[in-house]
Design a protein. Structure first.
Lengths: 294, 407
C-alpha cells in the first residue's frame, strides 16, 4: 500500500479538477447573461439541459456528433434569442424581483417540459472524446475534453468581447443602455444576442458534461448551485474569474471533504469560503468593481 | 292456553325469519366506503413528475382490480379503486388523501407510493384510524405495529435487504473490509443500520469506511475515490439510479475491483447499467424477490403465462417486463387475499386485523420460496430475498432464498 496516500490525494485533486471544469463551463454561461443584462439567470442550467436533449435526439437519429453539436448550438442560440424576445423583454423594465420570478418560472417550465418529452429516466450520452482512462486512471479522456473545451470557450469569449465590434457593443449596451443607445447601438438586439450566446455557451457546457453526469431533466439542478458559487467566487462579471472560481470550488470541495471534515459538510465549507471571499472582496477574486450612477 | 301455544308456535319461526331477513338485508358490518355491493379503495401515485415511471404500479393495481371485478368481485362486492396523481409531492399527497378519506369516504388507502409521500400522511392516517395498507416503499419505518398500528408495508424493506448482504458477506468473505456509499436520508441510512445489524459484533471491524451524498451533489466521484482509498474490498451502494450509474462507472474507471453490492432500488439494467456501460457492471450483486418476466427460467411456466395473459387483457399499454407491473400485480393479489379474509366484516378495524393475519401467502410472480406472512407484531410482509449477479446482460439468481431482519 505504499504511495497510496499520495495516489489518493492526486485522485481527489484530479476528480476535483474534472468536476470543477463542469462548474466552470456552466459558470461561463452565467457570466455571459450577467454581462449582457446584469442579472443572474437561474434557468441557465435548465436551458443547458434542454439543449443537451436536442443534441441527444439528433445523435440518436444517427447524425454524426459534431454535426449534431453544431445544429444544437444554432438551435440554442435561436432559442435564447426567442426567450429574450418573448419572455424577458416584456418584463425588462420591471423590478429585479419580477425578473427573478420569471427566471424561476422558466426553470420550472423547462424542467417539466423536458420530463414530459423525454421522461425522467437517466440517459446515456456518448462523449466525443471517448471514455478511456489516462495517467494511471487519474483522469479520463472525457474529463480532459471538458477542461479543454472550457478553456477554449474562455479564450473565444475573451477574444469576442475584447476584439469584435459586436462584443464591444454588447458590453456597452449592458453597462450603460442609455448612452449606448445614443451612440447608435441597438440595445435590444444586443440583449437578444447576449441571451443567444449564453444559451449556446450553456449548450456546449451541457453537451460536454452530460457524458459525466448522465442526462436527465435534473442534470443541471444541483450543478447550477456550484456553478453559481464558482462564478461568485471568481467574480460574476469576469469569464476568467468564473472558470478559475468554478475549478477552485470543485477542487476545494473534494479536498476539504476528504481531509478536513465529513463529506456531508463539503458544500457547506465551500460556501463558507465563498462567503468569506465575498465579505473581503465583494466583487469576487477577478470581478471588476461595479460602478453605478444613482 | 292452546291458542297461545299455537300462536307462539307460529310466531316464533316468523320472528326468526324476520330476524334472518334483517340479517340478510344488512349483509355484513361495514365501515365507511363499504357496502353490500362495493368496496371503495383510495390510492395516490406519481403519474406525473420525476418519479412518474412508478405510475406503472398504479395502473397495474387498477388492472388487477378490473380482472377481479370481472370475475365477480370479492365476496360478491365490486372494488371501486380511486387512484389520484400526487406527482411524488408530499403536500399534494396530503391534499389528495384528505379528499379521498373525507369526501370520497374510502374504506382505506392502498399502495400509496413513495417514502416522502407516505411519511406525509403517516400521522394523519393513524390519528384518524384509517388503514394505510401495503405502502409502496422500502423504508423500514412502516414496520411499527405499536407506534403506527394503521400502517403496513409490503415489499422487503431496506434493512431486510442490507442484512441479507451482511449474511452473505459473513458466510463467504471472512476477510471483508466493507465500504458503504449511501444517500443521506432515511433510504440510505436504513442500509447502514441493516448492514450493521446483520454483521452483529463484526460490524465495527468489517466496515472500514462510509461516505454519504446529497441528491443535489452533481457527482459522487469524490466519495468513490475516498472509499477506494480506505483499502476496502467490498462496496455496498445505496443510491438512486442516477448516482448508482455514476458509482458503477467511477469504480470501473479508477480500476477498483471490490465485491460490489448494489441496492435493489438501482438494479434496473436499462436505467442504471446501460448508461454506465454494461461491461462496467459485470459481477455486481443485488437481491431480488420478484420473477423477472424476461428470465428464460420462467418461460413456459403457468405463472408467467397467467401474468402475461392478464397484462395483455387488462394492462395492455404496460411493458410486461417492467418490474413495476409485476409489483402491482403481486401486491394487489395480497390485498385481495386480505379482503377475502375479511368476509362480511368490512370495518376499518377488521381490514387492519386481517392485513396483520396473513399466513404464508405464496404469489405466482414472486421467486419460489418467498412467502408472505404478517402478525400483530410483524408488519413486514416480505422478509425474504435471493441474491443475483449481473453477467453483462441479465441478473442471474444464485444461492438459496435468504431471510433478513426487518427492524
Amino acid at each position: 500500500m505504499t504511495g497510496a496516500p499520495v495516489h489518493q490525494f492526486l485522485q481527489q485533486l484530479f476528480t476535483g479538477l474534472a468536476t470543477g471544469a463542469i462548474y466552470a463551463s456552466l459558470a461561463l454561461a452565467l457570466v455571459m447573461i450577467y454581462r449582457a443584462t446584469e442579472l443572474v439567470n437561474f434557468a441557465q442550467g435548465e436551458m443547458a439541459m434542454f439543449s443537451t436533449y436536442i443534441a441527444w435526439t439528433l445523435t440518436n437519429a444517427g447524425i454524426p456528433f459534431w454535426v449534431a453539436f453544431a445544429l444544437t448550438l444554432a438551435a440554442s442560440f435561436l432559442g435564447g434569442v426567442a426567450i429574450e424576445r418573448l419572455i424577458i423583454r416584456p418584463v425588462q423594465n420591471a423590478p429585479v424581483f419580477t425578473a427573478v420570478t420569471v427566471f424561476i418560472g422558466l426553470l420550472l417550465i423547462l424542467n417539466s417540459v423536458a420530463g414530459w418529452l423525454y421522461t425522467y429516466t437517466v440517459q446515456d450520452f456518448p462523449s466525443p472524446f471517448g471514455d478511456r482512462p489516462l495517467l494511471h486512471s487519474l483522469l479520463t479522456t472525457s474529463a480532459l475534453g471538458i477542461m479543454g473545451v472550457t478553456l477554449a470557450m474562455l479564450v473565444l469569449l475573451y477574444l469576442f468581447f475584447r476584439f469584435t465590434p459586436i462584443g464591444l457593443a454588447m458590453r456597452a449596451a449592458a453597462q450603460n443602455p442609455v448612452s449606448a443607445r445614443l451612440c447608435g447601438i441597438r440595445v435590444g438586439r444586443m440583449l437578444a444576442i447576449g441571451w443567444g450566446l449564453a444559451a449556446a455557451v450553456g449548450a456546449t457546457a451541457g453537451v460536454m458534461v452530460a457524458p459525466i453526469l448522465f442526462l436527465d431533466p435534473n442534470m443541471m439542478t444541483g450543478t447550477l448551485l456550484y456553478a453559481f458559487a464558482g462564478a461568485l467566487l471568481g467574480g460574476i462579471s469576469s469569464p476568467l474569474g468564473a472558470v478559475i472560481g468554478g475549478i477552485a470550488v470543485g477542487v476545494m470541495e473534494n479536498l476539504v471533504g476528504t481531509y478536513l471534515i465529513a463529506s456531508q459538510l463539503k458544500l457547506t465549507v465551500a460556501l463558507a469560503v465563498i462567503l468569506l471571499v465575498l465579505v473581503l472582496r465583494p466583487n469576487g477574486l477577478f470581478g471588476a468593481t461595479l460602478v453605478k450612477r444613482v | 292456553m292452546r291458542l297461545a301455544t299455537r300462536l307462539f308456535a307460529y310466531a316464533a319461526p316468523l320472528a326468526l325469519l324476520a330476524a334472518a331477513g334483517q340479517y340478510a338485508a344488512a349483509g355484513g358490518t361495514y365501515g365507511p366506503g363499504a357496502s353490500d355491493t362495493e368496496i371503495k379503495i383510495g390510492n395516490t401515485m406519481p403519474y406525473s413528475g420525476p418519479a412518474s415511471a412508478y405510475g406503472a404500479i398504479g395502473k397495474a393495481d387498477a388492472a388487477y382490480f378490473t380482472m377481479i371485478n370481472e370475475q365477480g368481485g370479492i365476496n360478491g362486492r365490486k372494488v371501486n379503486f380511486i387512484t389520484r396523481d400526487d406527482g411524488y409531492s408530499p403536500p399534494k399527497t396530503v391534499e389528495q388523501v384528505r379528499k379521498l378519506v373525507e369526501e370520497d369516504q374510502v374504506l382505506f388507502m392502498y399502495n400509496t407510493l413513495g417514502t416522502p409521500p407516505n411519511s406525509a400522511i403517516w400521522d394523519y392516517m393513524n390519528e384518524n384510524k384509517v388503514p394505510q395498507l401495503f405502502v409502496a416503499t422500502g423504508a423500514s419505518k412502516w414496520n411499527d405495529p405499536k407506534g403506527h398500528p394503521w400502517t403496513i408495508g409490503w415489499q422487503p424493506n431496506y434493512r431486510v435487504e442490507a442484512s441479507i448482504y451482511a449474511q452473505y458477506i459473513l458466510a463467504n468473505m471472512p476477510d471483508a473490509k466493507i465500504a458503504v456509499l449511501y444517500q443521506n436520508d432515511d433510504f440510505g441510512k436504513d442500509y447502514v443500520i441493516g448492514l450493521k445489524a446483520g454483521l452483529g459484533d463484526k460490524a465495527d471491524k468489517m466496515i472500514v469506511a462510509t461516505q454519504s451524498y446529497e441528491t443535489t451533489d452533481p457527482t459522487v466521484d469524490s466519495q468513490v475515490v475516498s472509499l477506494q482509498g480506505s483499502g476496502a474490498n467490498v462496496l455496498l451502494t445505496a443510491a438512486i439510479p442516477k448516482f448508482a450509474a455514476q458509482v458503477v462507472r467511477k469504480v470501473f474507471d479508477i480500476g477498483w475491483k471490490p465485491a460490489f453490492f448494489m441496492t435493489n432500488v438501482s438494479s434496473s439494467v436499462s436505467a442504471v447499467f446501460k448508461p454506465a456501460g454494461l461491461e462496467k457492471a459485470v459481477g455486481i450483486i443485488t437481491a431480488g424477490y420478484t420473477k423477472d418476466p424476461n428470465d428464460a427460467k420462467w418461460k413456459d411456466s403457468k405463472e408467467l403465462g397467467d401474468y402475461l395473459a392478464w397484462q395483455q387483457k387488462y394492462d395492455a399499454d404496460a411493458n410486461p417486463a417492467d418490474n413495476n407491473v409485476v409489483y402491482g400485480y403481486s401486491a394487489t393479489n395480497t390485498l385481495v387475499q386480505v379482503l377475502k379474509q375479511c368476509g362480511d366484516n368490512l370495518t376499518r378495524e377488521n381490514v387492519m386485523k386481517q392485513a396483520a393475519s396473513i399466513k404464508g401467502q405464496v404469489l405466482p410472480m414472486l421467486l419460489p420460496g418467498v412467502v408472505i406472512s404478517t402478525s400483530a407484531t410483524d408488519f413486514a410482509p416480505i422478509k425474504q430475498m435471493q441474491l443475483a449477479k449481473f453477467d453483462g446482460t441479465n441478473w442471474v439468481y444464485f444461492g438459496p432464498v435468504m431471510s433478513g431482519v426487518g427492524s
